[in-house]
Design a protein. Sequence first.
Length: 354
Amino acid sequence: MPLPHLSMKSRLLTLLSLLMAVVLAGCAVKDPTNPRFVVAEGRGIKITRAQLDTEVNKALTNFNLSRDKVPPPQLASLEVNILNQMINRQVALAEARKSPMTNAATLAKEQLERMKKNFPNEQAFQEQLAKAKTTEAEMLKEIEQKMEVDNLMRARVEPNLKSPTDEEVQKFYNDNPKLWQRNETVRAQHVLVKVDPGADAATKAAKKKAAEDALARVNKGEPFEKVAQEVSDDPGSKGRGGELPPFSKGQMTPKFEETAFSTPPGKTSKVIETPFGYHFIKVKAKEAAKTLKLDEVKNEISAHLRRLKQGEASRLLLEDLRKDSQVKILLPPPPAPAPVTATTPPVQAPRSEE
């Protein structure tokens, strides 16, 4: 039975649709600065200038920068890097969702709740979100997507990943001798009586006496930890009884360093003055300069080499996924750096006297 002919109205609608399609195709945004300009596309992938700008602005905010403070070449390079990250995330997410991670949403909510506990209250958390130019819903979505991508990488990368061999570990150790050198270090406690830089002589004298009185308590037998917790103005060490992380030369102010390295282990120094105020130091132990042996860093090297292998395997996987998706970057490439030109005439060697 022959198909009925299209009515005049139907033919007109079809013609209008075709004309509209042609018009829209001809009106594709060509200005790379237009928010609707497509900066990258592929099978199932489309990223616009507006989306890229949003991610770039977030990155700049994290570094406390604004667009007008970044030179154009650096900004263009940043855009390319972030665009590639966005593409990688999209192709990986599309592949991950072919075998969905069933508990991603639940795990993402649990992680978000753990993150919230690092803030004193809900208001502080929301203020941080606003500062980062994001919302709780967007953050939750990002966490869930990251979990899905991480799950894909584990499934595709881990099974084929070989552990570093002893030969590889040995070679890395031999090729990087400076990494295993350790300078002389000191483990110490201190008490600080803080003095403001603009303090007058009377205030400084009173602060010095307070430090000397605290030292006298230690010298009479009171536990150093107790005195530090009661007297010290150093918030970083006060709660630990004045305990400092081990340090080597070049990490402390000169007078503090000189005193710490010249005081024998188990002894307490006199009161000294630094730009922070008045201190006294108890040296708990010293460790001489040394070179770590292979056995001491073997596990550390092996873990590092494994991470490198994971990174390379992940890169190759993403490369394959991008090829499969036929991704095309339409963002104009960054401008080439300007050629270096001499701004002053070359200096000529002086002529000898004849």
